[in-house]
Design a protein. Structure first.
Length: 72
């Protein structure tokens, strides 16, 4: 039995069991990647303070998302 099959079903469902709108979510992910990938590449290219700032921003966003997930 695939263990990811259960988690995929849970991730795709809203808390009340309805499916979420996947179209809007994938568009948001693609747009985010299109904007953030060049910024990340630029930060790595420049190095120094740019990569420190990018790493700090990622840490802030990740901790915010973690606290939201853990609160549920």
């Amino acid at each position: 039995m695939r263990s990811d099959a259960v988690t995929d079903d849970l991730a795709a469902s809203a808390p009340d069991g309805r499916k979420r709108g996947g179209g809007r979510e994938i568009i948001l992910r693609v747009v985010s990647a299109a904007v953030l990938a060049p910024l990340g590449a630029w930060a790595v290219w420049v190095g120094g303070p740019a990569i420190v700032a990018a790493t700090a921003a990622c840490a802030v966003v990740a901790s915010y998302e973690w606290t939201r997930m853990a609160a549920q």
